[in-house]
Design a protein around this ligand. Sequence first.
Ligand SMILES: *[C@@H]1O[C@H](CO)[C@@H](O)[C@H](O)[C@H]1NC(C)=O
Ligand SMILES: *[C@@H]1O[C@H](CO)[C@@H](O)[C@H](O)[C@H]1NC(C)=O
Ligand SMILES: *[C@@H]1O[C@H](CO)[C@@H](O)[C@H](O)[C@H]1NC(C)=O
Ligand SMILES: *[C@@H]1O[C@H](CO)[C@@H](O)[C@H](O)[C@H]1NC(C)=O
Ligand SMILES: *[C@@H]1O[C@H](CO)[C@@H](O)[C@H](O)[C@H]1NC(C)=O
Ligand SMILES: *[C@@H]1O[C@H](CO)[C@@H](O)[C@H](O)[C@H]1NC(C)=O
Length: 468
Amino acid sequence: MVVIANSRFVSLRLRVVVVSACYRIGFIAGFSILALFITSQHIRQETVYLSNHNADSESSVFSTNKNTGYKVNHLNTSAKLNSTYHVIKSMPNPICKEKKTNVAFLKVHKAGSTTVMNIFLRYAVGNDLNIVLPKRWQGNGFNYLGYGKTLSRKNIVPLPSNETYNILCNHVIYDKNAFDDVMPPDSTYIGIIRDPASHFISASVYYGFYRSLKNVLFHRNKLNFKDFNAKNENVLSEFLKNPGDFRNVSTAFVRNRMSYDFGVNPLLFNNKNFIDYHLKQLDKDFKLVMIMEYFHESLILLKRILCWELKDILYVPLNINSRKIDLSLSTDDLQRLKRWNYADFRLYNHFNNTFWKRVEKEGATFHEEVNHFKEVQKKVTVFCLNLDQSRFFFVEKSRWNNNFTVVREDCVFMTLKELPLIKHLIISAWGKYYSWLGYQVKDKTSSQTTTNTAMNINLAHVPFVIQT
Ligand SMILES: *[C@@H]1O[C@H](CO)[C@@H](O)[C@H](O)[C@H]1NC(C)=O
Ligand SMILES: *[C@@H]1O[C@H](CO)[C@@H](O)[C@H](O)[C@H]1NC(C)=O
Ligand SMILES: *[C@@H]1O[C@H](CO)[C@@H](O)[C@H](O)[C@H]1NC(C)=O
Ligand SMILES: *[C@@H]1O[C@H](CO)[C@@H](O)[C@H](O)[C@H]1NC(C)=O
Ligand SMILES: *[C@@H]1O[C@H](CO)[C@@H](O)[C@H](O)[C@H]1NC(C)=O
Ligand SMILES: *[C@@H]1O[C@H](CO)[C@@H](O)[C@H](O)[C@H]1NC(C)=O
């Protein structure tokens, strides 16, 4: 055990090197917002503006918050308050004492996690909870809490010192200690995974891996023009036969990516002892690892574990891959993939087992509740996608819920695009923080780029314009 723990420690240090070598994605250099903090003592009484240039078309659903003493871009508060987030009381539930509000959700890539993230963000906004958010709100990969890195307080929007973070649901690499440093001790940890074969295919297409392979094969005269434009199962097959032959194609998003998100160091992807050990750790840390293939079942488990209500877990499917190419793997290729993505297959088998054991424990009512949920969710999706013109959708009381209505504003939130939503939440969180520091925070309506020469910061990249 000691040896394994040691190797885990070593691996953390190595990760930095390996990962920065593996991931060749350059980010726009982050500005140093710290400069603002350093000078903040001298300019406390000045006015701080929120910059809202590059406003997205989605911003019509955001408005000025009239309830608080400061003006920030905020989700339409009247819409929020008039929906039923605050109204519905939980149905009596023997295993449920009170709704859990501190949750860390590990947003694993390409595993249905964008949809789940929207559920968590909707819950957080509806209940005025603090979200763990990255500091930047624009630029390549701004929505990551850590890109190939775990969580760190220095990379997230700070909070007033008398408050705690409640909800974490942006991309970041899992590490127990780092999460403990940010999230309250009573937080519930939730993850999500997907069948590793379909994950591999989906990620290959989505992140351009498939296309890069095609290019290589084409240049090696293994594909002709006709093949190049057709969907081509041989592409992945050629790769799986000999991954070492494609060294210049990045495998960052297709090689054990789920395990990587769950904190497995690439050097240990094939290390059986480490994987055994790590899975045991994850078992202790995570209350639930959802399974994308059993999405409705997963959400009902989530609802029961967090003591949430039916309305809280409703969703409209998001980020479904539009670049979808229907590829499949032959039996031989699947065997090869199982070796190449050993860690992910172990991860999946392990949590698929614990998932169904857990479902069994829930008893017969579980499947009834799942079926009821599926029915409601389907109708809500139809309502939200405007196929039904009515103003609201009424859900009758059942064994699992009190009656409630879904209004158009709920639909708006459920169908918001991830990036504009995150951007607005980040700006709003900065507004709250600066307001707590004693600034007057105001919307900046001008779209001009201003440079404050005294502070030598290009304010185009800074949310707050400090008037001097
Ligand atoms: C906010 O929501 C209310 C109630 O749904 C609506 O009347 C109003 O137009 C919305 N405001 C904006 C800016 O979307
Ligand atoms: C929101 O609800 C309150 C109280 O129920 C009501 O007074 C107000 O008019 C509603 N606002 C909108 C925009 O529907
Ligand atoms: C934190 O303190 C501020 C005043 O500094 C107060 O307005 C706010 O309500 C406090 N938050 C909590 C959660 O107590
Ligand atoms: C990778 O290297 C091969 C030669 O080994 C070359 O044919 C191919 O174009 C390269 N692909 C990329 C994406 O650079
Ligand atoms: C997950 O576990 C269930 C129950 O043991 C099994 O029927 C199913 O085939 C497993 N799914 C996959 C994709 O392995
Ligand atoms: C919804 O539930 C509330 C209380 O739980 C009840 O007063 C109301 O009549 C119900 N509405 C409908 C339309 O059933």
